[in-house]
Every structure is written in structure tokens, then in C-alpha cells.
Design a protein around this ligand. Structure first.
Ligand SMILES: Nc1ncnc2c1ncn2[C@@H]1O[C@H](COP(=O)(O)OP(=O)(O)O)[C@@H](O)[C@H]1O
Ligand SMILES: [Mg+2]
Length: 244
């Protein structure tokens, strides 16, 4: 579904990413881990079309999208969440989801479209999917951190994506909310979506991912099953001092 081929990215003289190749299939969850500054967010930005790589190719369902905009990629079924929150704080949870549904439709924000009953039902469905039933009228700013993350997920799912990129979807979330979020993301994968997830919570990545890619100084140190990757000597060195 998602493929990166020998992707490199240079800014000025600095090499941020070098020769990164990976694939994510339908119904597969690829965990992307690596120390701070390894290039994980840059990679997500390149996959989603926010950044153009300096070299290499990105394909979505075998279609070359290396030069396609983020909007074009979204239309082809790629959705993403951001490392920092992108919610409208002054709107309710339901209104945030409804905006995401409208933005993903054929004529976003057309003055002639009305948010009808259909979009109301879909809003409810999406909130239920992220275990937030009955939260539709709560203002985003009044939600717990965990619920804000769930709401962002609901918004990323509003376009019914085939592929989903998540950049630290559990950042700042309390320990008890982490497992709930992991369960929801696991269900998204099980529904057939290709998921690439950058995440700091190691036990979540290792428990949830089908495969893990380890980035270090912009290069792939290892790719494999969670147990293969944790046994890898290069990976252990990169994480020296941290519990894997
Ligand atoms: N737009 C940019 N211009 C220059 N350097 C950048 C830019 N974006 C990221 N970097 C640098 O690239 C490296 C990787 O950053 P990032 O992809 O955010 O890492 P991670 O998400 O793994 O923590 C860092 O050293 C960062 O300072
Ligand atoms: Mg990052």
C-alpha cells in the first residue's frame, strides 16, 4: 500500500534521511522507532507529501506519488495525524469530526453543501469507533488529553483512508489511556488499513506492530518483527541505556 524506495532528504548541507526503504501492506502495522532527532517525523512528512524528498521514490498502491501534493495523496486514500494537536479547541468534538468529514468530501467547504443527517450519523460512528460515544457536544478544549488524541484519530479516519500515518499518537497521554488508544489503532489495522506509526511508548510499539523499522541518524538500522528488532545488536547499541 505504502512504499518508500531509497528515500533521501538533505537540508542545506545536512543529510536528514539517507537511503530509507520500507513498505506497509494493507492490514499491516509498521512501527517506526528511533532516538530523538533520528528523522521519524521527517519520514512521515515525506510519506504524506508535506516534504519532497531529495532522492528516491514514494508509491501508494503502486502509483508513483513522489511529486504528488499532500492533498492529492489524501484523495488517493492516505490520511495522517500530526505530532502536535490540530484540533479546533473552541468547537465541540462532533463539530471537529464533521469538519474532517466535509474536508474529505468531493467539494470541501462548498457553501452549497449542508451538513445533513448523513454526516451526523457518520460523526456518531467515528466517535464510537474511537470509544467516545456521547462526547459529541463536549468542547475540544474540555476533553482529557487521551480523548483529544482519540478525537484526532477519529478525524484522521473521517476520509475512510486505506493508509494511515500516525506521528506519536500517544504523546502526552496518561498510562491508562495508552492501552485504550493502542487497542483502537489495532482495530484500524485489523479493518484492513495500512498503518505506519511513529511512537515513543516502546511496549506499545513492540506489542502492536507487525513489523518495526528502526531509524538512527536518518538511516534504517533494522527492519523486522518486534522480537527480531529488539535482539538486533545495532539497535541495542543505538538504544544504549534505554530499556528496549
Ligand atoms: N525543516 C527542517 N530544516 C532543517 N532541519 C530539519 C528540518 N526538519 C527536521 N530537521 C532536522 O532533522 C533531524 C530529524 O528531525 P525529525 O524528523 O523531527 O526527528 P524525529 O521525529 O525522529 O525526532 C533533526 O536533527 C532536525 O533538527
Ligand atoms: Mg518526531
Amino acid at each position: 500500500m505504502i512504499e518508500a524506495n531509497h528515500v533521501g532528504w538533505k537540508v542545506g548541507g545536512a543529510r536528514i534521511l539517507e537511503d530509507v526503504s520500507l513498505t506497509v501492506g494493507a492490514g499491516e502495522l509498521l512501527g517506526i522507532i528511533g532516538p530523538n532527532g533520528a528523522g521519524k517525523s521527517s519520514l512521515v512528512n515525506i510519506l504524506s507529501g508535506v516534504i519532497r524528498p531529495s532522492s528516491g521514490r514514494i508509491t501508494l498502491q503502486d502509483r508513483d506519488v513522489t511529486r504528488a501534493s499532500a492533498t492529492r495523496r489524501a484523495r488517493l486514500g492516505l490520511s495522517r495525524s500530526f505530532q502536535t494537536s490540530a484540533l479546533f479547541d473552541g468547537l465541540s468534538a462532533g463539530e471537529n469530526v464533521r469538519l474532517a468529514i466535509q474536508a474529505s468530501g468531493p467539494a470541501p467547504f462548498s457553501p452549497f453543501r449542508r451538513a445533513g443527517a448523513a454526516s451526523g450519523a457518520r460523526t456518531e460512528d467515528l466517535l464510537e469507533r474511537v470509544r467516545m460515544p456521547g462526547r459529541a457536544t463536549t468542547l475540544a478544549r474540555d476533553l482529557s488529553h487521551g480523548d483529544r488524541r482519540k478525537l484526532e484519530l477519529a478525524m484522521a479516519l473521517a476520509s475512510e483512508p486505506k493508509a494511515l500515518l500516525l506521528d506519536e499518537p500517544m504523546a502526552g497521554v496518561s498510562a491508562e489511556d495508552v492501552d485504550g488508544l493502542a487497542e483502537i489503532i489495532g482495530e484500524v489495522r485489523d479493518s484492513g488499513v495500512a498503518v505506519a506509526m511513529v511512537e515513543h511508548h516502546m511496549h506499545v510499539v513492540l506489542g502492536l506492530a507487525d513489523r518495526v523499522a528502526v531509524l538512527h541518524h536518518g538511516q534504517l538500522l533494522a527492519t523486522g518483527s518486534p522480537s527480531e528488532v529488539t535482539r538486533d545488536e545495532l539497535v541495542q547499541q543505538a538504544y544504549l541505556g534505554e530499556a528496549l
